[in-house]
Design a protein around this ligand. Structure first.
Ligand code: ADP
Length: 956
């Protein structure tokens, strides 16, 4: 098809031309060069033949007969009224000298039109001139290719050639061509008869003398000739059939074929074939009709092959296109069906739309590099197959990326007074922590923004580390997120997994940001001292990266793969033992230790916080219950002696649960009396717990004093109720009261019963009924420590505690080696006569060994215990001590002063001996902690005698 179209570059439909069709010089696109539907044009036939039915000759065979006439020279064109051939006075056969017109592309065959562009102005002028002179003929000769040049190059060069040079470049055999029209530089020619150049007449424009050529005589009836001609015709027919471009033309063609002469058939075949110009020139030059037919047959056969290939190509492409179209159509239908069924969610476009919808409101706040990654992933999502695993990975990734609160901050509270109010509302005491938070807010207020910080709250369990964290978040108006890192050994928990792993998840921090929805939350990292040791990677280092203010502005989560800014996050860590926190982490923290509470503080906490919340949680009204101070005190002293208040909270909850049960039972006790007159004894029998019943009885007994009047009046009310309801209910039943009536009656009974319920009183005397026997045995084993026993002070993860150090002689006798050289020194100094350490074998014991104690600070206590034994004097009453002693008799400071002091107070110690270096720690303690305590200091530079002195001060 392409070839056929290319052919048109030289064989343009005359009709089109006449109607203003101006062909381009170079075939840019063959399709563009052929006007649509031109093959239906009435001028179609004229594109090939100069004569048609309009020339007034025999309509059946106009071309053939005309050509015959032209060739035979029987008739001159001017004798006809042809619209195509301009009538001239000069007969073609008289044209023996012609202007030579070079044809760059193809030779012109007799009977065909050809438009050409004449660039040489002189030549053009000569053609115009000759047309005017009524001798509108010219010789059209194919241009030979110059060696090394082709196509347009050859065409360009030809305009520079003149005279002999041009003559040499022309094929000798050409066509006498009639000039039918000249428009601008476009000249339309019609081929007439074959010519051969004999000599040059003039140079510019090249004019030559020519011979008119005729076919060699042939026998029309020659079978071979006939057969060859028919073969050409039938092949042509096939070509015309397969090629849609020429199909219409086939009909017109067959109408005329009958009168086609053999040489004409050959010319026709060669002219419409896609053969190259040399092959066409060969046909033109061939004067032997049979040979010419054979040449043409070759060309048209080749054309046939080409059109077959063309057809198969077209078919293959068509099939491919229709396959794709079908797929597209089915896909569109599927989409429509999914939409109809509401299954659109997994649809890629719906997904992208969802992500974009999430992005749009915060687009300005998202950092550029993140936006870029999101865009890339969105594009990737579109390209991936929805069922592929990578699609899911990308989808999840995008889900995380778009869900994070980029640049979203909650409005922080910079109001110190308001913050203080909130903090006090939630927690009693904890002044250090509260002060620090208020400072933080104040700085934030002055600066206008608040930076992230790491605060570490350390202390024994139950002192409110976690709950104050929540309260701080409330005070600062930040979102709160808590995660515990106790035992965490997988770095991926903090830093996230790489996306390539199946089930990969981002780290805790990214999860936190997603769940809180702001970029400045308060993150409580619980149990940081119990961070596990990882086998692959170190969780402590990962924590460091997360917490370090220097690094966390660009925290890189493995899953997210884009840096996130955590610099505005306020981290609060909690720990029991600060020493267990990895050093680099501790370095970056601001540690606030919460030592624990003394009895007085616990009372406040219990009264103002724990009781209140527990009461509300149990649905008990304040007027329904009274827990006396003595009960609370007993509870704290005998049941909840540990540093924190969690156990106290549990005990209070226990009390209130029991109270709740009692209140409900009292209601149940009254109701049956009112309704079905169940005896109180039955109720007692039904209730399982004896202690509960006794508790009720006791409560009743104890409240007698001050509620006696109330009770009496209550009883009167009860009696009244009994009477009236006893009368009323049966009657209403008799009258078969509606269910509504019964319901209403029950309701009134209930309200009356509630009014009736007594106030439950919890006192120290009945406390046992609520919380059982005291589980906590006093740390104090001795009222007055015997000889060889001294109370020490220890620090544990659970807070401070007191402990005894006991020493007894095991064996006495000459030569038994002492175990304490330093004590020997003391004794030698103060009591040289004392042989105790020289000949006594000793046993030193620390009771309650199951409790872990820190070793060094017991040094002082041990020495005193030994001395006490040696001197056979007990130490002073209510004395406890702590301090490390070196071998060179130096006293070193110890840790946990506050915890130890609190523990000492709990054990009713009145005098404490601390190393002097700890004096400052002691002085800093809250007054209520120090109250009533006598403190003696042991200087680090003190000699043994001073230690002895101090110890002896302690002796009773
Ligand atoms: P921790 O985290 O230190 O182990 P929690 O924060 O879990 O302790 O506290 C245990 C309970 O004690 C919480 O219900 C808390 O409200 C309460 N609590 C602790 N300290 C105080 C306090 N100073 N004032 C009021 N309640 C407190």
């Amino acid at each position: 098809m392409l070839k056929a179209l290319t052919r048109c570059s030289s064989l343009v439909p005359l009709g089109a031309h006449l109607r203003g069709y101006v062909p381009a010089r170079e075939p840019v696109s063959p399709l563009l060069r052929v006007p649509r539907g031109h093959n239906r044009s009435p001028y179609l036939f004229r594109r090939f033949f100069c004569s048609d039915s309009t020339d007034g000759s025999d309509p059946v065979d106009p071309a053939g007969s005309e050509m015959k006439r032209v060739e035979a020279g029987e008739e001159t064109p001017e004798s006809k009224s042809s619209s195509a051939i301009v009538p001239t006075v000069v007969k073609p056969e008289d044209c023996l000298t012609v202007i030579a017109l070079p044809l760059p592309h193809r030779p012109l065959f007799p009977g065909f039109y050809m438009p050409i562009y004449v660039k040489d102005p002189k030549l053009l002028a000569a053609l115009v001139e000759s047309r005017k002179r009524q001798a509108p003929y010219t010789g059209a000769f194919l241009l030979k290719d110059e060696e090394g040049t082709e196509g347009s190059d050859a065409e360009k060069n030809v305009y520079d050639l003149k005279g002999k040079d041009l003559l040499n470049r022309l094929h000798e055999v050409g066509t006498l061509a009639q000039i039918t029209s000249i428009q601008g530089d476009q000249v339309v020619l019609i081929g007439h008869r074959r010519l051969r150049i004999t000599e040059m007449v003039s140079e510019d424009p090249l004019t030559v003398k020519v011979d008119h050529l005729k076919e060699k005589p042939y026998d029309k009836d020659d079978d071979i000739l006939k057969a060859t001609s028919f073969e050409v015709i039938s092949t042509l027919r096939d070509v015309l059939k397969t090629s849609p471009l020429w199909r219409d033309h086939a009909q017109t063609y067959t109408q005329h074929i009958g009168d086609f002469t053999y040489p004409r058939v050959a010319d026709f075949g060669a002219a419409i074939s896609g053969a190259n110009k040399l092959q066409c020139q060969q046909v033109l030059e061939e004067l032997d009709v049979h040979k010419r037919l054979k040449l043409t047959l070759e060309l048209v056969k080749k054309e046939m092959e080409i059109s077959k290939i063309q057809e198969s190509i077209a078919k293959a492409i068509e099939e491919k296109i229709s396959g794709e179209q079908r797929r597209y159509l089915l896909n569109e239908q599927l989409k429509a069906i999914k939409k109809e069924l509401g299954l659109e969610t997994d649809d890629k476009t719906a997904l992208s739309a969802k992500f974009r919808e999430r992005l749009d409101p915060k687009k300005e706040k998202i950092p550029q590099h993140v936006l870029q990654v999101i865009e890339e992933e969105l594009t990737k999502l579109q390209l991936l197959e929805a069922s592929s695993s990578e699609f899911n990975v990308t989808r999840n990734y995008l889900d995380w990326l778009t869900a994070l609160p980029w640049g979203e901050y909650s409005d922080e509270n910079f109001d110190v007074i308001q913050a203080q109010k909130i903090l006090d509302e939630d927690h009693y005491g904890l002044t250090d922590v509260k002060e620090r938070i208020l400072e933080f807010i104040a700085v934030g207020k002055l600066r206008g923004t608040s930076q992230g910080k790491i605060v570490c709250l350390s202390g024994p369990p139950g002192v409110g580390k976690t709950s104050i964290g929540r309260s701080i978040a409330r005070a600062l108006n930040r979102k709160f997120y808590r995660f515990s890192v106790g035992g965490l050994s997988d770095v991926a928990e903090i830093k996230g997994h790489r996306r390539t792993y199946i089930g990969a998840m981002p780290g805790k921090m990214v999860q936190c940001l997603k769940s809180v929805g702001t970029a400045n939350p308060l993150v409580l990292i619980d149990e940081i001292d119990k961070l596990g040791r990882g086998h692959a990677g170190d969780p402590a280092s990962a924590m460091l990266e997360l917490l370090d203010p220097e690094q966390n502005a660009n925290f890189l989560d493995h899953y997210l793969d884009v840096p996130i800014d955590l610099s505005k996050v306020l981290f609060v860590c909690t720990a029991n033992v600060v020493e267990m926190i990895p050093n680099p982490l501790l370095d970056r923290m601001e540690v606030i230790s919460i030592a624990g509470y003394i009895t007085d503080e616990k009372m406040h906490i219990a009264r103002d916080y724990l009781e209140k919340t527990t009461r509300e949680a149990c649905g008990i009204k304040p007027e329904q219950v009274e827990v006396t101070d003595s009960a609370l005190l007993a509870l704290i002293e005998n049941y909840c002696r540990e540093a924190g208040v969690r156990n106290l909270q549990k005990q209070i909850e226990k009390i209130y649960r029991k109270i709740a049960l009692q209140l409900v039972r009292q209601g149940a006790y009254i109701q049956p009396v009112v309704g079905a007159q169940v005896q109180p004894d039955d109720v007692k029998a039904q209730s399982g717990s004896v202690s509960n019943e006794t508790a009720v009885e006791r409560v009743e007994a104890e409240t007698v004093d001050h509620t006696i009047d109330k009770k009496e009046s209550g009883n009167a009310v009860e009696a009244e109720i009994v009477d009236s309801s006893a009368d009323q209910i049966p009657t209403s039943m008799d009258q078969s009261g509606t269910p509504e009536d019964t319901l209403e009656a029950e309701k009134t009974q209930e309200t009356q019963a509630a009014e009736k319920v007594e106030k439950v009183l919890v006192d120290s005397s009945n406390l046992v009924d609520f919380v059982g026997k005291p589980v906590f045995h006093a740390e104090r084993i001795y009222d007055q420590t015997p000889v060889g026993v001294v109370m020490g002070l220890a620090w544990t993860a659970m807070g401070g505690s007191t402990l005894y150090i006991e020493t007894t002689p095991v064996e006495q006798g000459e030569g038994k080696r002492p175990i304490a050289h330093r004590c020997q020194g003391h004794i030698a100094e103060k009591d040289p006569e004392n042989p105790f350490f020289g000949n006594t074998k000793l046993h030193l014991h620390v009771p309650a060994g199951a409790t872990p104690k820190d070793g060094p600070s017991a040094g002082c206590t041990m020495i005193t215990s030994l001395l006490s034994l040696a001197m056979n004097k007990p130490v002073k009453k209510d004395l406890a001590m702590t301090g490390e002693v070196t071998l060179t008799r130096k006293i070193l400071p110890i840790g946990g002063v506050k915890e130890k002091t609190i523990a000492a107070r709990r054990s009713d110690v009145k005098t404490i001996i601390f190393p002097s270096a700890n004096r400052r720690d002691f002085d800093e303690l809250a007054p209520n902690v120090k109250e009533g305590l006598e403190v003696l200091g042991l200087s680090p530079m003190q000699s043994e005698s001073a230690l002895y002195y101090n110890a002896s001060v302690g002796f009773a």
